[in-house]
Ligand binder design. Structure first.
Ligand SMILES: NC(=O)c1ccc[n+]([C@@H]2O[C@H](COP(=O)([O-])OP(=O)(O)OC[C@H]3O[C@@H](n4cnc5c(N)ncnc54)[C@H](O)[C@@H]3O)[C@@H](O)[C@H]2O)c1
Length: 384
């Protein structure tokens, strides 16, 4: 069994909960789950043990009630979700400026008490994996483990840093856990957290789930690199109508996405090419199906200039939810292998900014092969 605690019961978490139950019931095929049935864990081994949010309109509601309101996919909402209720998490002002009535446990008692309570719940429930899909927050890496401990003592950390710290505390006291950081906060890219996780016999994957146009751009750049073409520039923008885009419309949150996407071009091409890659706007009628447009200009043989034009509508939340079905199983596997700290082979494929700090972004083609190697699997299409 893999027992999962969710942080942030928003659209991604709801798509994950609904999709997972429907997969277990054999109601949907597993498209969009990269490793599918090739991992030693079955879909039915995954169980959502708890979910945390700070939105007053969600706390105390079942995942079924939440899905009824926000899930727009085909099929019935699985009844098993009626048994999982959203618990109050830790707020630490993570939703400042957003139209959400939020309240965290620390606002009702005190941060230390709230932390101990939640860790106690994880230990009672036997949590193995914590999945962080809360609202993107503005935050920088802490840097050193001393500063990280001090930050925790003085309640100076952000919400996702505090949850990540809690997963390490839980691992050192009870049993090893994996923290999957699918949002841009630098956790797997923070030397302080890597050291903390190694010391605590815990695993962190991150940062920022690689969905949408970013992995596609990475693979297109790889193609151009391998063909010896010279990329002149990349312009890529996204407009969406979900809460995530609403939050990313705020400059201090938008900068987080720029950071997790910025090193990609130079890492893959080996040189700098002028670029503009980030979410650019919120337009409510687009809903969760974002609009992506991209132009890549490059020089071909004889200095002839070619242009690639890509226009797409991409369902945002299901894309990350499908990756999470792999990531929770890989988290459990990494714990079994005692791969404490982080695992680059996992991050390089599933994340926009793969940890540990200083790691290169590589194309998803290469990352996929690296991941298979780590798993001791092979791609049957490639001759030995
Ligand atoms: N394809 C994708 O959708 C994709 C890809 C990469 C990363 N992400 C990231 O995943 C995250 C979730 O995206 P979403 O579309 O589900 O957003 P969402 O706004 O629908 O959900 C976020 C949830 O987190 C909750 N939350 C905020 N602060 C919290 C806290 N301190 N504790 C617990 N819960 C808290 C909010 O109340 C909300 O319910 C975002 O940070 C987004 O940038 C999404």
């Amino acid at each position: 069994m893999i027992r999962v605690a969710i942080i942030g019961q928003g659209l991604v978490a709801t798509h994950f909960a609904v999709g997972l139950e429907r997969l277990k019931n054999n109601e949907i095929p597993d498209h969009g789950v990269p490793l599918g049935t090739r991992l030693p864990y079955k879909y039915s081994d995954i169980e959502i043990a708890a979910s945390y949010d700070i939105d007053e309109s969600k706390i105390g509601k079942s995942l079924y009630e939440i899905a009824k309101k926000s899930y727009e996919g085909p099929g019935e909402i699985p009844r098993a979700l009626k048994d999982i209720y959203v618990r109050r998490g830790i707020h630490l002002a993570s939703t400042r400026g957003l139209p959400i009535k939020a309240r965290g446990r620390e606002e009702e008692s005190d941060l230390k008490i709230a932390v101990e309570e939640i860790i106690g719940e994880w230990s009672e429930l036997g949590v193995d994996v914590v999945v962080n899909v809360m609202t993107t927050e503005p935050v920088e890496a802490v840097g050193s483990i001393e500063k990280l401990h001090r930050g925790f003592e003085n309640a100076d950390l952000t919400a996702s840093q505090t949850y990540a710290y809690m997963a390490a505390l839980y691992s050192s006291r009870y049993s090893s856990a994996a923290f999957i950081n699918a949002i841009p906060s630098p956790i797997a890219n923070d030397p302080a957290f890597i050291e903390l996780y190694k010391n605590s016999r815990a695993v962190v994957f991150g940062d920022d789930g690689a969905t949408g146009a970013t992995p596609l751009t990475a693979d297109l750049l790889e193609h151009l690199y391998e063909r010896g073409r010279r990329v002149l520039g990349v312009a890529q923008f996204n407009i969406g109508g979900n809460m995530d885009f609403y939050a990313l419309n705020m400059p201090e949150r938008n900068i987080m996405k720029k950071i997790t996407k910025s090193s990609m071009i130079e890492d893959i091409l080996g040189y700098h090419a002028p670029n503009y890659i980030r979410p650019t706007g919120y337009l409510e009628p687009l809903g969760d199906k974002k609009f992506v447009a991209m132009i890549i200009e490059y020089l071909s043989f004889g200095e002839f200039k070619d242009e690639l034009y890509i226009v797409a509508r991409i369902n945002d939340s299901p894309a990350l939810a499908g990756l999470l079905v792999d990531l929770v199983r890989l988290g459990k596997l990494a714990i079994e292998r005692e791969a404490y700290g982080t695992v680059y082979e996992v991050n390089a494929f599933y994340m926009k900014k793969p940890g540990p700090p200083g790691s290169k972004v590589i194309s998803k083609f290469h990352a996929y092969l690296k991941l298979l190697k780590w798993l001791k699997l092979r791609d049957h299409r490639i001759p030995e």
